[in-house]
Write a protein that binds this ligand. Structure first.
Ligand code: NAP
Length: 307
């Protein structure tokens, strides 16, 4: 029987691990499908306090893990496939093995949503990306395409004009979901071309392991054409990693954990940390702060029960 299991090894999970390990709770951290979380996909992080010269994302997250392990946190590979939170101790199936725990910190993050184009997955890392901050740099003077109509798409398109020769913003409707100010910023940027009522049918060229073009369709005219592209950025939202908890704790319509104040979920003894609950800030520093909050709440919860 464990005192605390932490699901996720990004900024939130690692910070929760540092705090709970230092409180002698011997946390077990389940690394998850994307160990290290979003930071492990980035390059230079310039806005994490304490690093005036910036810090490499994977180095930062690995250092956090090392810090937690120094205090006795244990990390295991694998991810949670099933959970029973109906009574305590909570039960979790991690791959093929069941574990029992007195408290649970869910820091499983949110994963990028993809378009599911025939060649998309094969070209991830070879021109297809879900992170402009991480990969924009590689497309200096090149042709960039961004897909989506929300704030992320606007933000990424604007950001990518720092690098690209041109940025084509492709959206499936003629109404944008993004806020007015973000749309205006994109409209006023001379490097951005906005295509509406347009969907992507595929991205090429998987044979060359390189993005060379995208096949587009205008939904009003049904015209289909191929456009040369070097960097293809998908910005159509994220999916919170909460599938094992559906029906067990309160989730909102999009699957994000509903906070009951602090780091509390609708189930006593189950706490949230990071992007799995936060659809607004989604920063390394806010995730770290949330991990700290969840750890302190778990610690106090156990203390109140005399553990
Ligand atoms: P979002 O608001 O959910 O927008 C997703 C966009 O992708 C929508 O325009 C949607 O089209 C499109 N989309 C979804 N699935 C698609 C598919 N299969 N094919 C083509 N297009 C698809 O997601 P987001 O932009 O990531 O923003 C998430 C949250 O973070 C929002 O609350 C946003 O305000 C916030 N955010 C804020 C800022 C900021 O203020 N600086 C920056 C980034 C994000 P439809 O519109 O047709 O559904």
């Amino acid at each position: 029987m464990l005192d605390v299991i932490i699901i996720g090894s990004g900024c939130a999970g690692n910070t929760a691990a540092i705090y709970t390990a230092r409180a002698n709770l011997k946390p077990l951290v389940v690394a998850g499908k994307e160990p290290g979380g979003q930071l492990s996909l980035t390059t230079l992080v310039e806005n994490f306090p304490g690093f005036p010269e910036g810090v490499d994302g994977p180095v930062l997250v690995e250092s956090m893990k090392q810090q937690a392990m120094n205090f006795g946190a244990e990390y295991i590979h694998g991810h949670v496939v099933e959970a029973d939170l109906s009574e305590r101790p909570f039960k979790l199936r991690i791959d093929h093995e069941w574990f029992e725990t007195r408290t649970l910190i869910i820091a499983s993050g949110a994963s990028a949503r993809w378009l599911n184009l025939p060649n998309e997955q094969r070209l991830i890392g070879h021109g297809v990306s879900s992170c402009a901050t991480c990969d924009g740099f590689f497309y200096r003077g090149r042709k960039i395409m961004v897909i989506g109509g929300g704030d992320s798409a606007m933000e990424e398109a604007n950001f990518l004009t720092r690098f690209g020769e041109s940025v084509t913003l492709v959206h499936r409707r003629d109404q944008y979901r993004a806020s007015k100010i973000m749309i205006e910023r994109a409209r006023n940027n001379p490097k951005i071309r906005m295509l509406t009522n347009t969907v992507v049918e595929d991205v090429y060229d998987a044979a060359q392991h390189l993005v060379t073009s995208a096949k587009l369709r205008n939904l009003q005219t049904n015209e289909v054409w191929e456009e040369p592209v070097d960097g293809f950025f998908v910005a159509i939202g994220h999916i919170p990693n909460t599938s094992p908890f559906i029906g067990q704790i309160e989730l909102d319509a999009d699957g994000y954990i509903v906070s009951k104040g602090g780091a509390r979920t609708s189930r006593k003894g189950v706490f949230h940390a990071g992007d799995v609950q936060d659809r607004t800030y989604r920063q390394a520093i806010t995730a770290a702060g949330a991990g700290c909050m969840a750890a302190i709440e778990a610690e106090r919860f156990l203390e109140a029960e005399g553990h």
